[in-house]
Design a protein around this ligand. Structure first.
Ligand code: ARG
Ligand code: ZN
Length: 864
């Protein structure tokens, strides 16, 4: 076999190939002798043949060498086992055996941050999706559920704290300054939920009494100096525990619940049973270093991981094609929790913005895949906005169609039926059908078909009959491997407004199930205004024939906050896209709508701040057949300037009035900061001579990071002595704190400034930049590749920078490298010159020998 051809074609795993496991592993005993340079792992697996077959036991391994293999206590000779693609193959005679293996690991050299690795003096693990096979030989698939007993031994001075899943059982001191601890997890779990942590950690301790009276010890473990920054996370944890009891009737099930924060982490956090491990950016927060967005991120991710205890751990996934079963549902749960903790209206607007910024582009590009994918090369590439955020929208649509009571009957049935099992998306849908009494046959297409549906709505009114006709039609665009689509079941919430009285004729959820469908409303005397996809009831793109006047009406009078926000956005999009396309639309409607919104006393500040914000450059790009980054930037900049200049006194007044007296996290205080930042933004955009100085003053005098970072960002977009000063001051003040220094990199990479691409190149060589920390990489290159105007610099420099980063990072951390590929894959959306430059960089990456599976899959698909 040609080795190069094999390396060039990673195997494709297909959903249809699923087979039940040949062997089960009811019990696991692990013994870790921990040391950053050399750790040994002794594993004892009780294995049981599953069904009548004579296939050998196959234990996955990645980079492991078996130093010892025993079966039922007898050491095997080398001839009695072999390795196949890293896996250990053992022919076993009987129905049940005990298999023991011994391996060595070097955690401090594990730069992939999968398996057991060292981070800032700690040893910790990350196993989802396939990291456990980097720790010990094991059937690494989520449908193998085992009971774990874990013994850890380590140097007591360096690693005084030893944590694992479940409950602590015993601990003691050994020889040579070492000590040990044993932890037991009574709940059978898949190996991706295994975790251990060893290190010098301090604990924020608290407790929670569950609804049945169980006293749970809570601990958030961090470096001692970070303890004061854990209070928000602890509040969030207790609120999440109470919320899951109140809303879903789900109670915590162990005596301890621990969270550990680590500085080097490939994504947000991980729901390991009883021992969640977090990227420190989703635990640590204080007013001086965390923005309101960061605080909300902490609350949301703490809740997300906690909620996984039921939606993910008690009921887990049969195979990785079912990933959205736990992720989509858990995102839906954390979104609703955060809405309950703050504002439903603003949370919905934010979540839709995230979906449109992250998932819609994915769904319309070369990496589009269904919420339940059919195949993958590397599962890590499928932790996507489609699986998470579109997945959450699917649950939301079912909840809408069922109503709250029947939805909860469905989720109760789901948890009861599948507790302790590895389930499928189909199991979830069936529980909704049985518990909620609904037929979801057609709705299942949402799991199967990729691509964002486009819904067209045409409203007509007949004054003579008082009848309104609404014709809805749907088109689901072709996506890779799915050229043709069937019509889906789409719940569209609509309302009709009377132009004169502004009355809402009534809210209705229409089910669009065919390619085209007509809905009729009676007794409507005058032509009404259509409010559609209220609350963003379906994750679709809606095209309507509504006039700018209708949109202006809705932006002032719609009683659904999302629809009101959306009308304003559409008003702005129409103006900007018209302008860019050389068909100018009158801008004054936008300026008027912004003014109306600002002076409406009934609106809260957070909503106002959302509503008056112009659509992002990337979102505008998504509305155009071919994205013109320069024209988009110029048009948006000009409109921003005009809104700024025409309403200057209002901005000035608001900016002065909304100055906070003391820091608080109340919704009102957060809203005031958001709106104050928006006011500063427009004031500077107006071109007022004192703009930069006002921004600098805010930067300098803020008692919180929300205002400080916003002011820095506003200054970074322009050219002024204040810009240079603020960038310097920020660096000197925060360079010792990694999470805050990330903001310094990120703010500069996000800057809408003609020199951003050169600045990013320079920052990539900064002494504080490192490829070894994923947060730092994302802060610089992740942010930059999301800055449409800068990344798509016509010279192609931006593409080269990101490709250089991918090539340098791939040998270190392929998962994080692969996450930088998608922006380069969007070349079909750009002009021929840019498209060629982007393709050339993808080709250059592909020609690198020894490319990881992760990057290879993403680059190949991106070139198709
Ligand atoms: N289950 C984790 C969460 O969403 C994320 C794990 C991500 N794993 C990965 N290989 N990307 O809460
Ligand atoms: Zn999750």
């Amino acid at each position: 076999m040609d080795i190069h051809a094999a390396a060039a074609s990673p195997a494709v795993i297909r959903r249809s190939d699923y087979r039940v496991p040949d062997w089960l592993v009811p019990d696991v005993t692990l013994d870790f002798d921990l040391d950053p340079a050399l750790t040994t792992v002794r594993a004892k697996l009780a294995v049981a043949r599953n069904g009548g077959h004579d296939r050998p036991l196959r234990l996955d391994g990645d980079g492991l060498v078996p130093l010892e293999v025993k079966v039922d206590g007898r050491s095997l000779t080398q001839a009695e086992w072999h390795l196949e693609a890293g896996a250990l193959i053992l022919p076993l005679p009987g129905a049940a055996h005990e298999v023991e293996t011994l391996v060595e690991l070097a955690p401090e050299r594990n730069s992939k941050l999968m398996g057991l690795y060292a981070s800032g003096g700690l040893l910790c693990t990350q196993c989802e999706a396939e990291g456990f096979r980097r720790i010990t030989f094991f059937p690494d698939r989520p449908d193998i559920l085992s009971r774990y007993s874990v013994r850890m031994a380590a140097d007591k001075a360096c690693f005084p704290i030893l944590l694992a899943n479940g409950d602590p059982v015993e601990q003691g001191d050994g020889e040579d300054g070492r000590h040990w601890a044993i932890w037991n997890d009574p709940y059978p779990k898949p190996c991706y939920l295994f975790a251990l942590v060893a290190g010098d950690l301090s604990c924020n301790r608290d407790r929670f009494v569950t609804m049945s009276g169980r006293d749970v010890q809570l601990g958030i473990w961090v470096k001692d100096a970070d303890l004061p920054r854990t209070t928000h996370a602890m509040e969030a944890l207790k609120n999440s525990m109470a919320w899951d009891e109140r809303v879903y009737g789900r109670e915590y099930d162990l005596n301890v619940f621990n969270i550990v924060a680590v500085a080097d982490f490939n994504f947000g956090a991980m729901e390991n049973k009883g021992l969640n491990i977090f990227n420190s950016r989703y635990i640590l927060a204080d007013p001086d270093t965390a923005t309101d967005i960061d605080y909300d991120g902490v609350e949301g991710v703490v809740a997300h991981e906690y909620f996984h205890n039921w939606s993910g751990n008690r009921v887990t996934c049969r195979d990785w094609f079912q990933l959205s079963l736990k992720e989509g549902f858990t995102v839906f749960r954390d979104q609703n929790f955060s809405a309950d903790m703050g504002s439903h209206a603003v949370k919905r607007i934010e979540d839709v913005r995230i979906l449109r910024a992250g998932q819609f582009p994915e769904d319309s590009g070369p990496l589009a895949h269904p919420v339940r994918p059919e195949s993958y090369m590397e599962i890590s590439n499928f932790y996507t906005a489609t699986i998470y955020n579109k997945g959450a929208e699917l649950i939301r649509m079912m909840a809408l169609m069922l109503g709250p009571e029947r939805f909860h009957a469905g989720t109760d049935l789901y948890f009861d039926r599948h507790d302790g099992q590895a389930a499928t998306c189909e199991d979830f849908v069936r529980a909704m059908e049985d518990g909620g009494n609904i037929d979801l046959t057609q709705f299942r297409l949402w799991y199967e078909q990729a691509g964002t549906p486009r819904v067209r709505a045409l409203l007509s009114h007949d004054a003579a009959t008082g009848r309104v006709n609404l014709v809805l039609s749907q088109i689901i665009p072709p996506t890779p491997g799915q050229p043709e689509k069937r019509p889906m079941a789409i719940p569209i919430r609509v309302a009709l407004f009377d132009r004169e009285s502004r009355a809402n004729h009534g809210d209705e959820t229409l089910m669009l199930t065919r390619s085209e469908q007509r809905f009729t409303f009676q007794n409507v005397a005058t032509a009404p205004v259509l409010s559609i996809n209220r609350g963003f009831s379906a994750p679709v793109i809606v095209d309507t024939n509504r006039s700018q006047a209708d949109l202006a009406f809705l932006s002032a009078h719609d009683d659904d906050p999302f629809a009101r926000y959306e009308a304003m956005q559409q008003l702005m999009v129409n103006v900007l896209v018209g302008q860019i396309g050389g068909q100018p639309v009158d801008e004054s409607a936008v300026v008027d709508a912004v003014r109306q919104t600002l002076i409406d006393p009934a609106l809260d500040s957070a909503f106002v701040a959302e509503a008056i914000r112009l659509p992002s450059e990337a979102y505008l790009g998504d509305q155009m057949p071919i994205v013109d980054p320069d024209a988009i930037h110029d048009a948006r900049d000009a409109l921003q300037h005009r809104i700024g200049a025409e309403l200057e006194p209002l901005w000035r007044d608001m900016h002065a009035r909304l100055r906070a007296n003391s820091f608080s996290l109340s919704p009102a205080a957060k809203g005031a900061r958001k709106l104050r930042n928006a006011a500063l933004h427009y004031l500077v955009a107006s071109g007022a001579a004192d703009g930069p100085l006002t921004a600098f003053e805010q930067f300098d005098s803020a008692d919180n990071m929300t205002e400080r970072q916003a002011a820095l960002g506003i200054l970074a977009n322009g050219e002024s002595p204040e810009r240079i000063a603020a960038v310097d001051i920020f660096y000197n003040r925060y360079c010792a704190d990694a999470l805050t220094l990330d903001k310094w990199f990120q703010t500069q990479a996000f800057a809408l400034h003609p020199d951003t691409v050169d600045l990013v190149e320079k920052l990539g060589r900064h002494k504080d930049f490192t490829l070894n920390n994923p947060n730092r990489v994302r802060a610089l290159y992740g942010a930059f590749s999301g800055n449409q105007w800068a990344f798509h610099h016509r010279s192609g420099k931006g593409y080269r920078l990101v490709a250089d980063c991918i090539l340098a990072l791939d040998p270190i951390n392929p998962q994080t490298a692969a996450r930088l590929v998608p922006p380069l894959g969007r070349w079909k959306r750009f002009d021929a010159q840019r498209a060629a430059l982007m393709q050339a960089q993808l080709q250059r990456i592909l020609s690198q020998p020894g490319l990881s599976k992760d990057v290879m899959e993403q680059v190949r698909k991106s070139l198709d």
